[in-house]
Design a protein around this ligand. Structure first.
Ligand SMILES: [Zn+2]
Length: 179
């Protein structure tokens, strides 16, 4: 389904606003939730604002602890561009990136990061290591927009973990694992 959305967006050469992109990331997050994954969705836009890639968490489905939405979206965007770097591109993700993904954002040279829900426990942008504020982080996004559609994004996560705790959905891995 994710690939279908991507193909359609690519075919239509769709240009989207940041809030449209976040709404789409939230839609992908809901898809993730339905599949038993932590609800996180992501999208990469070209410097001109066209959709390059979309992804959602696939940790459980892929048996891959690193299959976080934003990491998958960056890999797919790089493949679309035929470039290991996403210079000038915007990454939209529904949850504050973790240390692994924040480091990947730096390695991929993402120009702008936009995220939804804050993650005081697992986040690495505005919480925890605050990676982009460190001198050892050589490539930081030129711009970070935090908390876009924050209420909706965090409600999705809260609801998911409530359901998981209540046993409505199976607890597959440790509850602290996130995006
Ligand atoms: Zn991550």
């Amino acid at each position: 389904m994710t690939y279908g959305v991507l193909n359609r967006a690519m075919e239509e050469r769709k240009k989207v606003s940041l809030s449209q992109a976040m709404q789409h990331a939230l839609k992908l997050a809901r898809e993730a939730s339905s599949a038993g994954e932590v609800p996180v969705g992501a999208m990469v836009l070209s410097p001109e604002g066209y959709v390059l890639s979309v992804a959602r968490n696939q940790v459980e489905g892929d048996y891959d602890g690193s299959a976080h939405a934003e990491l998958l979206a960056m890999r797919r965007a790089a493949a679309v561009l035929g470039s290991a770097r996403l210079v000038g591109c915007t990454l939209i993700v529904s949850l504050e990136p973790c240390p692994m993904c924040a480091a990947a954002i730096s390695h991929f040279r993402v120009g702008r990061l936009v995220y939804g829900a804050y993650d005081p426990k697992g986040g690495a942008v505005d919480h925890g290591p605050r990676l982009f504020q460190r001198n050892y982080c050589l490539h930081k996004p030129e711009e970070v927009i935090s908390g876009l559609c924050e209420r909706e994004a965090s409600a999705l996560l809260t609801h998911f973990f409530q359901r998981r705790r209540s046993g409505t959905i199976a607890s597959i891995t440790d509850v602290s694992s996130k995006s």
